[in-house]
Design a binder for this molecule. Structure first.
Ligand code: G4P
Length: 539
């Protein structure tokens, strides 16, 4: 591989930021961008609503509700690194896209509110990171507000998420008595000053622990005693820092700071960039594909329709996994069995789209999709022909029966709902023994029901009625050639199938899943529909 390409790939860092809404993900991202010079300060201190919308919103529904449904990608340079941040929707009604975005990242940054600890959405997203074994970095935010006990916060992460923690720095107080952080590696204290708010160059002092008098005069006697008691305890109890464990996703380095006042953000960024990985190798049906050794290849992780209302377009987002992409070259779309040139390759940055000529492993590109791509598809150089391991189908958690109001519009209804399902925004199922007259829609976040209704009305001119169903748990049946009629169920279980005919079971209660397994010896149920998307229509 040519040295320039190798260098470009090695300096790329592609990560997703995950958090429960309001923990401070947007604020932290904005501060990162500030260091990279990608946005100017004026842009970031505008009302949050404007700043946010400028970053990722595209659909009317988002504007109406003032929330962000889709994920966007931001690229910026910092200290000779080229950083790609994959933003994930910040609302609790997030969708499968959020999960899929994690498939495109090489590591994840988890933002936790210091007064709340691990919250529901973090837990869900974390599960997906765990499944991939990617490195996870924790930023405990909002130390300028009263925080939970630091040991309790760490305990919470370890217990709730089942990952070891290793604090890189340690907070001194919180809220009004927040004095700064102790840097464990350098044994010094970095003092907190609110003057850093909103500025890039804020002033923070570093005081060595060799100078106890100065330290005491700045942080106070009491905070001094407490800090050293805690550090003693920590040195005895916390996991040792082990980079290989971090890179396997078994140990999370923990940082404390305050994104709003820009304290601890650059410290985090610098350490994070040192500890995280360059683009990772990925599994395919011809073995592991090395990002540097191999020529261009990518996979589609997200498809978004109608980003631009005037053009009714569809954009397929691809994560480049190896080599260099050159817009002048032809590529093979493996699942479509075609050699083609990607149409209007672009970098989707904020609400701007920049046509690009080249990109490297680690980068995300969006290409115009005339309806040929599906999620999970592989793109590679024409002389090659391999498939990346598929993206799992994530279990929907909300279900509704869908009916069209005007039965004359049957065709548009089916076409619309199938297209939206193909993009991966919703999953559609049928009753086991009926045709398309009864459609059951499953979604990961309930907002997707509104998106479905809105899009069917606006794009396909079809009005629908949604009747919520009480099911919350879905399981794919993994046994081959099973006679579904013979499965002994429970009163709250429903047998359904997906569009490819795969049988599934829906349950209202989680304990029913256990009971059905007990009642049917040999039955294998799974929570993720592995590879189903890639084995779909194009396979
Ligand atoms: P999210 O993307 O994770 O949903 O969170 P976001 O950054 O939007 O932050 C949620 C709220 O928390 C915002 O306040 C934000 O200003 C505040 N915040 C973020 N980081 C910190 C921090 O380090 N300290 C403190 N004290 N607050 C923080 P808001 O009132 O909802 O919005 P705004 O009017 O302040 O913009």
């Amino acid at each position: 591989m040519n040295a320039t390409i190798e260098k470009e790939i090695e300096r790329r860092r592609t990560f997703a930021i995950i958090s429960h809404p309001d923990a401070g993900k947007t604020t932290l991202t904005e501060k990162f961008l500030l260091y990279g010079g990608a946005i100017n300060l004026a842009g970031s201190v505008k009302g949050k609503a404007t700043a946010r919308h400028a970053v990722s919103d595209w659909m009317e529904i988002e504007k109406e509700r003032g929330i962000s449904v889709t994920s966007s990608v931001l690229q910026f340079e910092y200290d000779d690194f080229c950083i790609n941040i994959l933003d994930t929707p910040g609302h609790q009604d997030f969708s499968e896209d959020t999960y899929r975005t994690l498939m495109a990242a090489d590591s994840a940054v988890m933002v936790i509110d210091a007064s709340k600890g691990v919250e529901a959405q973090t837990r869900k997203l974390f599960k997906v990171c765990g499944m991939r074994g990617i490195p996870i970095f924790t930023f405990i935010n909002k130390l300028d507000r009263d925080a939970n006990d630091t040991f309790e916060l760490l305990d919470d992460i370890e217990k709730e998420l089942g990952i070891e923690t290793c604090p890189v720095n340690w907070p001194i107080g919180s809220g009004k008595s927040f004095r700064g952080v102790y840097d464990r590696e350098r044994s010094l204290v970095i003092t907190y000053s609110d003057t850093e708010k909103g500025t890039k160059e804020g002033i923070s002092h570093e005081i060595s622990t060799d100078d106890p008098d100065e330290l005491k005069s700045v942080i106070g006697d009491q905070a001094y005693e407490k800090l050293f008691d805690e550090i003693d305890l920590l040195d005895g109890a916390a996991a040792e820092f082990d980079l290989s464990k971090v890179q396997r996703g078994e140990l999370t380095p923990v940082f404390f700071g305050s994104a709003l006042t820009n304290f601890g953000v650059e410290f985090f960024l610098q350490h994070f960039l040192k500890m995280t990985t360059a683009p990772l190798a990925r599994k395919s049906d011809i073995g592991v594909i090395d990002p540097v050794e191999h020529e261009f290849s990518a996979f589609v992780f997200k498809i978004q329709a109608n980003m631009n209302k005037a053009h009714r377009d569809r954009v397929a987002f691809m994560r480049i996994c190896s080599g260099k992409y050159d817009a002048a070259d032809e590529v093979r779309h493996v699942q479509g069995n075609r050699v083609m040139r990607l149409s209007q390759p672009q970098q989707i940055m904020a609400d701007e789209r920049k046509i690009l000529k080249e990109a490297y492993a680690g980068d995300i590109i969006g290409v115009f999709d005339p309806g040929v791509f599906s999620i999970g598809d592989t793109i590679c150089v024409p002389k090659e022909n391999f498939r990346y391991e598929g993206i799992p189908t994530f279990a929907p958690e909300h279900f509704a029966r869908v009916r069209q109001i005007d039965t004359m519009k049957r065709k548009q209804f089916i076409k619309g709902i199938e297209q939206i399902a193909q993009e991966g925004a919703i999953q559609i199922f049928q009753e086991f023994n009926t045709g398309m007259e009864e459609i059951i829609v499953g979604v990961v976040g309930v907002l997707q029901f509104d998106v479905l209704k809105y899009r069917l009305e606006n794009e396909y001119n079809v009005e629908i009625l949604l009747e919520n169903l009480p099911y919350e748990h879905i399981r794919w049946i993994e046994n081959e050639n099973i006679d579904v009629a013979k499965i002994v169920g429970t009163s709250d279980m429903k047998k359904i199938r997906d569009l490819k005919g795969n049988p599934l079971l829906l349950f209202i209660n989680s304990w029913s899943v256990k009971m059905v397994l007990e009642r049917n010896e040999g039955l294998i149920l799974s929570e993720f529909g592995k590879d189903r998307l890639t084995n779909g229509k194009n396979a």
